[in-house]
Design a protein around this ligand. Sequence first.
Ligand code: ADP
Length: 881
Amino acid sequence: MKNIINDANIPKKQRAAEMSRAKSIVNIIKEPVVVVDKDGSIIEANSEFYSTFQLQRNNDFEFGLKNIPLFQELNQVLENKQRGKHGITDLNISLELPNEGKKNFLINAGLLDPQGNSLDFILISFNEVDVKPVGKRNEKNDLENFHDIFSQAPAMICILRGPEHIFELANDNYFQLVGNREILGKTVREALPEIENQGFFEMLDNVYNSGETFTGSELPIKLYVGKQELKNSFLDFVYQPILDASNEVDGIFVHAVDVTEKVMARKKLEESENELRKLVDTVPAIIWITRPDGQNHYLNKNWFEYTGQIESESKDFGWLKAVHPDDEKRIRETFTKANNNQEDFTISFRLRNWEGTYRWVLDSGSPNYSAEGEYEGMIGTVVDVHEEKVKEQLIKEKEHRIRSVIKEADVATALYTGREMTIEIANDAMIELWGKDHSVVGKTLREALPELEGQPFHDLLQEVYETGETYWGKEDPVDLMIDGKLQTGYFNFTYKVLRNEKGGIYGILNMAVDVTEMVKSRELLKESESRFKQLADLLPEKVANIDAHGNFVYFNQGWLDYTGLTAEELIEKGWMNYIHPHEKEDYFKNWQDSLKSGKEFEMEFRYLNKKNKYKWHLSRAEAVKDENGKIQMWICTATEIQKIKLEEKRKEDFLKMVSHELKTPITSIKGYVQLLLSLLKKEKEGEISGKPYEMYLERVDHQINRLTRLISEMLDLSRIEKNKLDLQKETFSLNSLIAETVQDINYTNTGHNIYITGDYECDVYGDKDRIGQVLINLVTNAIKYSPLNPDIEVRINKANESKVSVSVKDAGIGIGKESQKKIFKRFYRVDGNNEETYSGFGIGLYLANEIIQRHSGSLRVKSEMGKGSVFTFTLLEALED
Ligand code: ADP
């Protein structure tokens, strides 16, 4: 408390300095205080003053203290009171507070500067009191009363007298403070020796000497509470001088409050707060605390290190300036909501670091309550999660991409996660393939496709999940329940693992292509191909398959049998090497033409067989085309035409011979006729007579017979070919026919001796002329082919029960074994026989054989080269009547 000093004449230039001093003083005082000048105008007041009297700084103080109705009475007192040396001390006055009614205050007033060098600013303090203030010492009547009051007071109170500070009075609380020692009547030094050097004696002396009240706040004091036990206490106390009647100090009123607990608690709190802060600062995270109104209360040093902000920048909501502008609104809303609802929140946003780079952080906050359960704001942490976030985003993007790719894919695709293979995604194509609907998504594969039980797929999936190795299914059969029926489909598919950012397997991607139709049609094709091959192998023809590029891919059994090679050997050695060199060039040319144009290929050429002999073949190749006309393959056949070819050759030879055979007798006839004509002319002219016309005419006749035979043989041939050889059958003597025929031949043929041997005689039933023709044929052949040995034997024999045999035997050139089988075929003539020497056209024996066969007989030959031949025919004997 200040003493009021008389006016001093202080120069006005000091006023400003004094005003600021006044300000700094009032703001550190706890009680309501106000500084006025001598006119009562307000210079300064502390916030306690405003709040206690519920005043507004500007409005209520404009006209000074005296204008405020509340202080009317006080003003009066101030004006009336003689401003003495000690100013106003503990003036008890009751003030009417708005809303609260009357309250008692102890008013103290004094000059701001008791040394008198200052402007006369007066400081007025207001202490609210419940009890009446203590009276003065000279008011003896009140003393007992006073003792009663203060002994009950909650504070520690004592009165010290004289410059030695002798305890005159102390209340119970005070006794307790000093450990109930006997202190009354003793000086402080005697009573409380332990406080020597704790500054109290000096303070007491100072108050006593100066007459100024001393107020101590939370001052530490060590006192014995037992004999040995020193106790630390903290006291708030007032040393107030007590004035005697002559206004001289003669004692000190001590009023103390033990605030040890409060101080200790605060210190502890401060300590623990410091500890906490230290701790909080060492945590590698940013820690923040906000007030209930959401304003920033505390940020640990990590925040400032991270963001590069300084403390003043992050005040209130300043920390939001470090947040990415795009995230600010979101975080403000999230935070405000959590703060209002007093609930937890977590949010990630981009925070600018000291380098100016935005990085993703994760901010989590929780409501913070005091021990009393009062909401104190939020507390939370901010952690840099940039790397994780970026990765997460990448994964999210990747996953999003995967998902959209899967959804859009034409290929049936599904994604299974976890060991239990939960269907995470399945695109429309996959769902259709399964024959299911979208409800399968979210189920496990086992639930969604129970029909897979017992099929290998669950095991395969597990294996892929374990090993990470992709499985490629190729045309694997899968039984699926489609439209209520278990149906087998064939699929090309993959099971491929999906890995998370750490490389761990978390699922399997399944892509599948339905190849059922392909497999089925290929099976059909295989079947038909194998049927085709079977068929082709059965064919006597040679069949081969050539691909669109001209490569042989298949040879049937016919080819293998013919060449004696395997299909592989044929392909490897190049089958075209088996073509006769004469036809090779043409073959290549024609075949290339066909390959280019797709035109049918047809050609005759010779192939070498396994016996190294060339045989004629008719080779044909036709292209098999698809619906667009594109060549798929060629089917080639080769038919052996060796016999036809030979037949043709024989026909050619035959024609050559026929013309030769016809020409020879005609030339001869023409010669004789000319000779006869010239003879006749000469005879007419009388030059000659008795010329041998008969002989020449006989020669002509012979040639004509030959011609006739030739022509009739040819006629017979054509008849036989047309199956129109009529037989005029009758019973006749075979012996007679043989005799007549031999006679006829002998008649024209004088160079050979024909003997008829055998004594069997019989009749036969048949065409006498034709059987005669057979005999003529055999005998004339015997003559023709035995130019050196003239003997010919015709023998008639009993062959068996019913048959007679006739043999014609010569000792001529003979016939080789091979040729013996062929001589009965038309146009066949033994190779090597000189055509000029042995004229003929190879139909005599053919006709003879045909005629005998039509008589139910047979014609055979026995022959040896160079030794001669025996031709024997048999005939049925005519039955006797
Ligand atoms: P050709 O008019 O050529 O005699 P054939 O049909 O009568 O016709 O005879 C066929 C072939 O049989 C003759 O070309 C000949 O080579 C052979 N041949 C027929 N008879 C005899 C024979 N007695 N001795 C040897 N070769 C014969």
